[in-house]
Ligand binder design. Structure first.
Ligand SMILES: Nc1nc2c(ncn2[C@@H]2O[C@H](COP(=O)(O)OP(=O)(O)OP(=O)(O)O)[C@@H](O)[C@H]2O)c(=O)[nH]1
Length: 923
């Protein structure tokens, strides 16, 4: 009975094994896979099917594999025929492994032991084993053969009576249970023990059983007679080397063994091969070739004859696939250049991508990613890896990291060190610090012989002032910092630019919390402290008690053996002022304060604001060099040319030497208090400012994202926590800093203050829109909303609250946070007027106004706004139309308005008429 393998039939009919299996299954014929053997009936079915279908299915599922031209023509022909004639052994699990390229083919006896180290059998190969027996009718019994360089006419034949292996003995190997063995010898054996070279295969128990199909159909020996007859006579149609030989050829079928009578172009095929009983290990070439001719494989064009592979068919084909891309063994092979694997790498402080790190480490990107994964970092090729992670990664690879110094920040202006010879003495910069209302401003007034206190809104110092005084031909610069807690940040900054701190302690009040805070700031800044015990004129003044309290804070007076200078003073009676100034000069002398005036200036922004008439105005304390008119300066993101400089007395100056405070005009923008001002060339100023702007934008974006995400997460975690979002607009950076600090300390269990935006200037429409988007409250500090922003606020239902005293802001917000804020009165804007003509009359100043919107009443309260800044609040003193007193004036009419106790109305001022309405208190 002839047996055919599915894949052979597929090949014969130029179609796929799957299609053959399908056709067979439709005809109730079992075929499991492409290695399944089928009988002649099945073949007949296939033949009939394809006769009918005329090849429609031929290419329906799998395209025909192209035959590569590397193979000789006769080889290809013989391959086609040979597949019909000789049953290839390639798919058998125990198929012999070809030798490695270049290894001379060994005699079979020598090869046998090597078969035992073949690959474990794969599960997919199991069925193939069972079909091997079915191939036998079509296989020459190689056990009868004498292998070697056979020639035509010397075809070994199976001796009559040579039993074939019993089919019953062909047990499929368990997957992976045994080494890969040549089924020709191994599988017939009851066990999987390797067969020695002189062992004979187990005798068949009847040739009729051998190869019998599973359905036990009668053999059809008339099948494919032509093939059989052609084989011995047409060597060109055979494979060039020996075909797989099967020693299970049914008796009587003396099929000539395909053999190698046409050596392959390469490979040592000349070794004599003997096929003796028990040595029927077919040439590995055969198997190899057979493997190469597997349906769907393209392997037969790769491995030269005699080059054998120890591996199974699949890996062999994989190898063949690789070989296609591999240079021929004879060629000079350029090994794939591996990147050098350094032991030490230099890394900067900035982060690097995974790809960059792989290049630095000389490792594949995949290796880096794998290591990162093992470290718990999921990264992609373009992921940025920070320095710490890179170091850990390097240690994983056994690489030492050398840190490079940080790259120069393009947003920084490098400072130049001055030589000792260039330094000249400079005046000391003194900061007055202390608890609220202990008399800081009064003391400075006493020193300057001026009265600043009277001009301050709410009686509190709310801006850093810088003043220069002369005492005994020595200049002393004073920075007047406020004592309120809210100004901590400003005070801290003042301590950073100062040389000496004057700590004001009221003799009748003693050391208070802000006193201690001031001490700590001065200590942190390593600034010497001189204590001025003020208000010694007060009845309850007790200087010794103050000294005792100071000792508790680590400030031991000189009289008590310490180093702290304590000067009792009275700002009111001007007592002790001279002693204080002398002590300042004494301490300054000890400090040996010097600076180089002959260089480009460096200074610090003490305060900055936007003046509608003059533009951005910055108060600068020059610390090094000399600042001159026309210098190109940069401070923060602002830059420009010095257009004008005004000293503390209001005089215009052309230059400012070290330790000189001046107001500087000419900046493009309002810098932040604390920004460093530097004189640079114009290009540098512009480029550095641009870089700072973009850097700030990126930082702001990151901050916004962080805040949003953090808040979201925190809110989820904290349950009922709500944010009180606030937009601040103020008249100066100092006020913003103060409010920022005040809000930073505010938080209770239910509400947290979140600053959405803070800026200098009047409240504008974009502020309102931002507040609307962020569901925020707008707080104006000494600024007012313009007409558009007020309308926008009404439309968007945004609450704008304006203040002139920081206490009120803090108290209101704190009250709101505790749910106690229930305003008894609510401001209701009645109308807006513009002062167009100001007339002075006896006992009053009358502003000729035009009512822009709403109404003004003769009992209205008035707020006078100049350039968006509130300059006064008061009551209507008189309201006239022409010469008549009237009760109200509506929009579109002119009127004369005078304000109670205020004569400084200017043309262009905006007068807001408002009233306070009682609001029902909510519980
Ligand atoms: N009797 C007496 N009163 C003083 C003296 N110094 C200041 N005062 C009064 O104390 C109050 C507060 O004085 P300020 O100079 O405003 O105090 P401050 O520390 O500058 O206050 P802030 O700017 O709010 O921090 C004012 O009413 C002063 O008149 C003093 O030496 N004797």
């Amino acid at each position: 009975m002839s047996k055919y393998r599915v894949y052979e039939l597929a090949k014969d009919y130029n179609t796929t094994s799957k299609l053959i299996i399908d056709i067979l299954s439709r005809n109730n014929m079992l075929a499991k896979n492409h290695m399944s053997s089928v009988d002649d009936d099945a073949k007949a079915v296939i033949e009939r099917t394809f006769a009918r279908k005329t090849g429609v299915e031929f290419s329906s599922e799998e395209p025909k594999r192209p035959i590569l031209p590397t193979r000789p023509v006769e080889d290809l022909r013989s391959a086609q025929i040979g597949q019909q004639q000789a049953r290839p052994m390639q798919n058998r699990p125990g198929v012999q492994q070809p030798q490695r390229p270049g290894t001379p083919q060994q005699p079979q006896q020598q090869q046998l032991p090597r078969q035992n180290v073949q690959q474990p059998q794969r599960p997919m190969q199991q069925p193939q084993q069972s079909y091997q027996s079915n191939q036998q009718p079509r296989q020459p019994n190689s056990s009868q053969f004498v292998s070697g360089p056979t020639q035509q006419g010397q075809q070994p034949v199976r001796p009559a009576g040579q039993p074939n292996r019993p089919i019953q003995q062909q047990q499929p190997q368990r997957p992976g249970s045994q080494p890969f063995r040549n089924p020709q010898y191994q599988q017939p054996r009851p066990t999987n023990q390797p067969m020695s070279g002189n062992q004979s295969p187990a005798p068949r128990q009847g040739g009729q059983q051998y190869g019998a199909p599973q359905n036990q159909r009668p053999p059809m020996h008339n099948q494919r007679p032509q093939d059989l007859n052609q084989r011995p006579n047409d060597p060109n149609q055979r494979r060039t080397d020996a075909r797989p030989v099967d020693n299970r050829q049914p008796q009587g079928q003396q099929r000539p063994r395909p053999q190698t009578n046409q050596p392959r172009p390469a490979g040592p095929t000349g070794a004599p091969q003997q096929h003796t009983a028990g040595q029927q290990n077919q040439q590995r070439n055969d198997n190899n070739r057979s493997n190469n001719n597997r349906p769907g494989q393209q392997g037969n064009r790769q491995r030269p004859t005699g080059q054998q592979d120890r591996r199974g068919p699949n890996s062999q084909n994989r190898q063949q696939q690789q070989n296609r891309h591999r240079p021929h063994s004879g060629q000079s092979i350029q090994a794939k250049a591996e990147p050098p694997k350094p032991k030490v790498v230099k890394l900067g402080t900035e982060s690097m991508t995974v790809k960059e790190l792989s290049a630095k480490f000389g490792r594949e990107v995949g290796e880096i990613i794998k290591k990162l994964m093992m470290l718990g970092v999921m990264a992609t090729i373009n992921q940025e890896i920070d320095m710490d992670t890179a170091k850990i990664l390097a240690s994983e690879f056994g690489i030492t990291v050398e840190e490079l110094p940080p790259a120069e920040d393009p947003t920084e202006i490098p400072d130049i060190e001055d030589s000792a010879e260039s330094l000249l003495p400079r005046p000391p910069v003194v900061t007055i610090m202390g608890h609220v209302d202990h008399g800081k401003t009064s003391l400075l007034d006493a020193i300057r012989q001026t009265n600043v206190t009277g001009q301050e809104a709410g009686g509190i110092t709310q801006h850093i002032g810088a003043y220069q005084v002369n005492y005994q031909n020595n200049k002393i610069v004073f920075l007047d910092t406020p004592g309120h807690e809210a100004f901590t940040a400003m005070r801290a900054r003042g301590a950073q630019v100062t040389d000496i701190a004057i700590l004001v302690v009221a003799a009748d009040d003693g050391v208070m919390p802000q006193t201690i805070e001031a001490i700590n700031h001065a200590k942190a800044a390593k600034v010497p402290i001189i204590v001025a015990v003020n208000k010694i004129d007060r009845p309850g003044a007790n200087v010794d008690r103050i000294k005792q309290q100071l000792t508790e804070q680590g400030l031991v007076t000189e009289e008590w053996g310490g180093e702290t200078i304590v000067v009792p003073v009275s700002a009111k009676t001007k007592t002790g002022i001279n002693e204080l100034l002398e002590m300042i000069l004494l301490v300054a002398e000890v400090q040996d304060l010097k600076a180089n005036p002959n260089r480009l200036a460096i200074g610090t922004i003490i305060e900055a604001e936007l003046d509608k008439g003059r533009g951005p105005v910055a108060t600068v304390l020059v610390q090094k060099g000399t600042l001159r008119i026309g210098d190109t300066i940069i401070a923060g993101t602002a830059y420009g040319k010095v257009r004008a400089m005004i000293n503390d007395r209001g005089d215009k100056v052309k230059k400012a030497t070290p330790s000189t405070p001046v107001e500087v005009l000419g900046l493009s923008d309002v810098p932040m208090a604390g920004d460093i001002l530097a004189v640079v060339d114009e290009n540098t100023a512009r480029s550095v400012a641009e870089k700072r702007v973009s850097k700030k934008r990126i930082e702001d974006m990151g901050q916004m994202q962080k805040i949003t995400l953090d808040d979201l997460f925190t809110q989820i975690q904290e349950g009922k926590l709500k944010d009180l979002n606030i937009v601040i607009k103020a008249d100066g950076q100092g006020s913003i800093e103060a409010l920022r600090q005040a809000f930073a300390g505010m938080q209770n269990k239910e509400v947290r203050v979140s600053l959405v935006h803070a800026g200098v200037g009047a409240i504008n429409e974009s502020d309102v829109m931002l507040a609307s988007a962020a569901n925020a409250l707008v707080i104006g500090f000494n600024v007012r909303p313009d007409a558009n922003s007020r309308k926008a606020a009404e439309a968007e239902k945004v609450d704008i609250r304006t203040y002139r005293v920081i206490y009120d802001v803090v108290n209101d917000v704190e009250a709101a946070m505790t749910g106690m804020l229930a305003p008894e009165y609510k401001e209701v804007i009645q109308g807006r007027l513009e002062a167009r003509k100001v007339i002075s009359v006896p006992k009053a100043v009358v502003a000729g106004c035009y009512v822009l919107e709403g109404k003004i009443f003769n009992n209205s309260q008035l707020r006078i706004v100049r350039n968006g800044i509130v300059v006064h609040e008061g009551k209507v003193e008189s309201l006239r139309r022409f010469k008549d007193e009237v009760k109200e004036v509506a929009a579109g009419y002119e009127c004369g308005v005078s304000v109670e106790k205020y004569r400084d109305i200017k043309e262009g001022d905006i007068l807001e008429a408002f009233t306070m309405e009682l609001v029902k208190q909510s519980s």
